[in-house]
Design a protein around this ligand. Structure first.
Ligand code: C2E
Ligand code: MG
Ligand code: MG
Ligand code: MG
Length: 292
């Protein structure tokens, strides 16, 4: 904060901003490399479970980047610049292909559990997306209902016709749609009348505050009731404790996901975990704690 020379300060400010955008450009160039070499981007997989039976209701794919220089990066470290770049299409296709590849593996083992993939709002602006998803499903020989696309309310809120059309096409193909982080958008609930969805995911922030905030508990209860009334599935996100799990069950929530059940795990572990969850559920004995 040496404010001696105004001009110098402006220059310093500008150059730090340049550094930030230079770094983003570097990151995007590195992503191009990672997509091409196919050895840095990996999916972590996190099951959601039925609270009554313990059966897996789905598995969410969460992207990770094992960067050769920057170390392990999570989606929040790089998704934003990717979303605003020309590489979004390639990135989205890459994630979908990897996720469907994993699901095809467990499907071949006779496990019919759907895979959920998070989509950036902007990828829904591309009218080629449904066709690409159809191709990918055929390539991996998976029925469309085995794929769930997680979209956030902000997406659905934008009321862009092209997004509605892309989503309607996907739904007509038989692909399932879930509203992620439900309750955190600034939208009214009207989007649920505009776009048919299959699942609502109660945002983690409400699950965390449920115990000491009557408002948060009311939001969870209302979301569960809304889902029930509309015939949609409902999944609580970010469940970390047995208390939260019990409270959710008491509020009528039927499925949940979170560290209390499973942390996101590598692809080579997921098949065995799903298999043993299904075995246990068939015996109807729910493991008190399936994972740390
Ligand atoms: P999300 O879809 O709401 O995913 C849930 C996030 O919460 C994940 O973080 C997950 O690892 C984390 N989580 C799960 N259970 C718990 C828990 O019990 N406690 C806590 N504290 N956290 C839990 P992650 O993997 O860092 O992903 C963050 C967000 O990045 C995701 O939020 C999703 O919106 C986005 N994202 C992840 N993968 C992709 C992707 O492949 N493409 C796009 N476009 N976005 C992605
Ligand atoms: Mg999600
Ligand atoms: Mg979420
Ligand atoms: Mg969330």
């Amino acid at each position: 904060y040496q404010a001696k020379e105004g001009g110098g300060n402006v220059a310093a400010y500008d150059s730090s901003r340049d550094d930030a955008s230079t770094d983003q450009l570097a990151l995007l160039a590195e992503l191009r490399e990672a997509l091409a070499t196919d050895d840095q981007l990996v999916l972590a997989l996190q099951p959601a479970v039925d609270l009554a039976t313990g059966a897996p209701t789905g598995v969410e794919a969460l992207i990770r980047w094992q960067h050769p220089r920057r170390g392990w990066l999570g989606p929040t470290d790089f998704i934003r610049p990717v979303e605003n770049s020309e590489q979004l299409g390639a990135f989205t296709r890459y994630v979908l292909d990897k996720a469907l590849g994993v699901a095809a593996e467990w499907s071949r083992a006779g496990i019919d559990v759907p895979i959920s993939v998070n989509l950036s709002a902007r990828s829904l602006l591309d009218p080629r997306l449904p066709g690409e998803i159809g191709d990918a499903l055929r390539r991996h020989q998976l029925p469309p209902h085995r794929l769930v696309l997680e979209i956030t309310e902000t997406v659905v809120m934008s009321e862009l016709e092209v997004i509605d059309e892309v989503l309607a096409t996907l739904r007509a193909m038989g692909v399932q749609l879930a509203v992620d982080d439900f309750g955190t958008g600034f939208s009214s609930l009207t989007f649920l009348t505009r776009i048919a969805v299959d699942e609502l995911k109660v945002d983690r922030s409400f699950v965390i505050r449920m115990a000491d905030s009557p408002e948060a508990a009311a939001i969870v209860r209302t979301t569960v009731g809304l889902a029930h009334e509309l015939g949609l599935r409902v999944v609580a996100e970010g469940v970390e404790t047995a208390e939260q799990r019990t409270a959710l069950a008491e509020l009528g929530c039927t499925a949940a996901q979170g560290y209390h059940f499973f942390k996101p795990m590598p692809a080579d572990k997921i098949g065995a975990v799903l298999g043993s969850l299904l075995d246990t559920a068939q015996g109807n004995v729910f493991p008190l704690r399936a994972d740390g």
